[in-house]
Design a protein around this ligand. Structure first.
Ligand SMILES: Nc1ncnc2c1ncn2[C@@H]1O[C@H](COP(=O)(O)OP(=O)(O)OP(=O)(O)O)[C@@H](O)[C@H]1O
Length: 235
C-alpha cells in the first residue's frame, strides 16, 4: 500500500544541508495499522508529510498503491491525496465557521459525492461516533475529545483507503486519548484501510500491528518481545 524507497529529506541550514531522513526504505501493507515512533525531532512528521505528498523528498520515492506520488505534478498529487487519504491532526483542524455536519461534508464535496448520498453518509458516521445529536453544533462548543471524534469522522467521510494521523491524542487527557484510539481502531478494523499514526504513546504502539521508529534518519522496525528488539529494515 505504501512503499518508501531510499527516501531522503534534507533541509538547508545556511550553507549546510542537514539530513532528517536518509535513504529510508519501508513497506506498509494494505490493511495494516502502523505506529510511527521515535524521539522528538527525529523526523516523524516530516515522514508523514512525505507519505501524503504534502511535502516532497530531496530524493527517493513514495508509492501509494503502486502510484509513485513523488513523480506526480503538484496538482495531480493534490487530487490523489484528496481522494485517497484521510487526515487526523493533533489540534483537530476543524473549520470553526462550519457546523459539524458542514465539516464532514467538505471532503465529500471536494470529491464530488452526490448530495443525497453525502447527507446519509454524514449521518451514518455521526451515529457511529456517538454524535448524532451534535450535527448542527459548531466546533467551539465541543470538548477536545468530541472535536477529535468529528475529525476522525471527517477523515473517513470520503472512504479513503489510507488514514494518516499525527499525534491524534497529543492534545487530550489519557482516558479521552484511549477512547479516541479505540474508536479510530474500531472504525478501521475489518475495513481493509491502512493506517499510520505518529505517536509517542505506548498505548498506540500497543494497539498497532507494527511499530516503525525513526532512528538516525532510518526507519527501524520494533519487534515486540522482552522489551523491544531493533531490526533494521533498511541495511
Ligand atoms: N521546514 C523546515 N526547515 C528546516 N528544518 C525543518 C523543517 N521542518 C522540520 N525541520 C527539522 O526536521 C527535524 C524533524 O522534524 P519533525 O517535525 O519531522 O520531527 P518529529 O519527529 O515529528 O518531532 P516531534 O515528535 O517533536 O513532533 C527537526 O530537527 C526539525 O527542526
Amino acid at each position: 500500500m505504501v512503499e518508501m524507497r531510499a527516501l531522503t529529506k534534507r533541509y538547508e541550514e545556511g550553507t549546510e544541508a542537514r539530513s532528517v531522513i536518509e535513504r529510508a526504505d519501508a513497506e506498509i501493507h494494505r490493511g495494516e495499522f502502523v505506529a510511527l515512533a521515535g524521539p522528538s525531532g527525529s523526523g516523524k512528521t516530516t515522514l508523514l508529510n512525505l507519505i501524503s505528498g504534502i511535502d516532497t523528498p530531496t530524493s527517493g520515492d513514495v508509492l501509494i498503491d503502486s502510484v509513485p506520488i513523488t513523480k506526480l505534478s503538484e496538482k495531480d498529487r493534490t487530487l490523489f491525496r484528496r481522494k485517497n487519504i484521510g487526515f487526523v491532526f493533533q489540534f483537530f483542524n476543524l473549520i470553526p465557521t462550519l457546523s459539524v455536519k458542514e465539516n464532514l461534508l467538505l471532503p465529500l464535496q471536494l470529491n464530488s459525492f452526490p448530495s443525497a448520498e453525502s447527507d446519509d453518509r454524514v449521518m451514518y458516521l455521526l451515529e457511529r461516533i456517538g454524535m448524532g445529536d451534535r450535527i448542527d453544533s459548531y466546533p467551539d462548543r465541543l470538548s477536545g475529545g468530541e472535536k477529535q471524534r468529528v475529525a476522525i469522522a471527517r477523515a473517513l467521510a470520503h472512504n479513503p483507503p489510507l488514514i494518516l494521523a499525527d499525534e491524534p491524542t497529543g492534545n487530550l487527557d489519557a482516558d479521552t486519548g484511549r477512547a479516541i484510539l479505540s474508536l479510530l481502531k474500531s472504525l478501521i478494523d475489518g475495513s481493509g484501510k491502512t493506517m499510520v499514526i505518529v505517536s509517542h504513546s505506548d498505548v498506540v504502539a500497543g494497539m498497532a500491528d507494527r511499530v516503525l521508529a525513526m532512528e538516525d534518519g532510518k526507519l527501524v522496525e520494533r519487534i515486540r518481545g522482552d522489551g523491544y528488539v531493533n531490526n533494521r529494515l533498511d541495511s
